[in-house]
Design a protein around this ligand. Structure first.
Ligand SMILES: Cc1ncc(C[n+]2csc(CCOP(=O)(O)OP(=O)(O)O)c2C)c(N)n1
Length: 351
């Protein structure tokens, strides 16, 4: 049956084909299913820790969509699951890091889950120290400008991270040198349990852009097409050599901060319910239905395909070998000489 059309398509005005918007939605579904699987693995005692991203998927898909997936850079933070999928990471690669396996491309099982990285895909390895990814991104963008490579850098962070000195230093340098970097901020109004009004004296992160001589845009991150429009403009600006843009995505954090958190202790039932009502998957799915691109049958098929993909990825990741304990110190401290044992100061074997 052909779905009923009740609205005029907006995506074609943005240069997005029907296939593009269905693929965007497909990534959002995949990220949601993978996210749920990460929690299951943590609850089953197979993963130590999970930091999750439901509610951020729409903003993240829009954030990476305008990039040249091979040439441009993405500098993630721990919540960047959907963005890393769009950039090219596979569910298996993500789960290899969640389960800390030897073949985990992010860090060979060394970093906490959520520290996504892929040299192949130009996804930069991040530190756990909130904010440090911003100066790194600016460094890459500065190099791209000096070398005239035409590469663009997208970096992301939560609004809590914008209180860090690193964040401000990065924006200042980027504004002065007009580097091709897009500074994304996923504003879900909470830094773990700390609400927005205790993090900053302004309502919107975007207004700070004026202090660094760049445009600042605040966009509803649950509105995928509007978020994409803003990102596409920012990327075009960067490519034309006109410098950086600060983009604040107003999103919802539908999960606790991480598997170590209980958000019911500091968020009211009304707040949580209001967040659920803004679920970007429901909203974007609704848009696709209204323009005749989605109906129940197609939607169910998309979710079923994502579940199959995540099941296969889970099996592959669970089968993968654990790291060899003898390699514990490799890439952590200075690599020991091949003919000398690891530095005993750092490696004290248990009795
Ligand atoms: C410099 C630093 N301070 C504190 C922490 C602990 N920490 C990890 S995540 C986090 C909250 C960050 O919140 P926000 O930037 O709003 O991002 P969100 O998790 O909401 O997406 C904090 C305080 C840290 N990792 N690094």
């Amino acid at each position: 049956m052909t779905p009923e059309i009740t609205a005029k398509p907006q995506h074609t005005n943005l240069g997005l084909s029907d296939g593009d918007v269905l693929r965007m939605y497909g990534y959002m579904v995949l990220a949601r299913v993978l996210d749920e699987r990460m929690w299951q693995l943590q609850r089953a005692g197979k993963a130590r820790f999970v930091v999750s991203a439901p509610g951020h998927e729409g903003a993240q898909v829009a954030m990476v969509w305008p990039l040249d997936r091979e040439r441009d850079w993405f500098v993630p933070y721990y919540r960047s699951l959907a963005a890393c999928l769009v950039k090219g990471m596979t569910p298996t690669e993500i789960l290899l890091s969640v389960l800390a396996k030897a073949t985990d491309p992010s860090s060979g099982g060394r970093q906490m889950p959520g520290h996504y990285s892929s040299p192949r895909l130009r996804i930069l390895s991040g530190s756990s120290t909130v904010g440090t990814q911003y100066p790194h991104a600016v460094g890459i963008a500065y190099a791209a400008k000096v070398r005239r490579t035409g590469e663009v850098v997208v970096v992301s962070i939560g609004e809590g991270g914008t209180s860090e000195g690193d964040w401000h230093e990065a924006l200042n340098f980027a504004g002065v040198h007009r580097v091709p970097c897009i500074f994304c901020v996923e504003n879900n109004r909470y830094a773990i349990s700390v609400p927005l009004h205790k993090q900053m004296a302004v309502d919107s992160v975007a207004v700070r852009a004026a202090g660094y001589g760049m445009p600042g845009v605040s966009v509803d991150g649950c509105d995928v097409l509007e978020a994409y429009r803003v990102m596409r403009e920012a990327c075009e600006r960067a490519r034309r050599g006109e410098g950086p843009t600060l983009v604040e995505f107003r999103v919802e954090r539908l999960s606790p901060h991480s598997s170590e958190d209980q958000q019911e202790r500091y968020r009211s039932p009304e707040d949580l319910e209001a967040a659920r009502r803004r679920d970007p998957l429901v909203r974007f799915g609704g848009y696709l239905r209204s323009v005749g691109l989605l109906d129940d049958t197609r939607d169910q098929a998309l979710w079923a395909r994502a579940r199959r993909e995540v099941d296969e990825a889970t099996e592959a990741a669970e089968r993968a070998p654990d790291p060899d304990p003898a390699t514990l110190l490799r890439h952590v401290y200075h690599d020991p000489e091949p003919d000398r044992p690891a530095d005993p100061v750092y490696w004290i074997p248990r009795e």
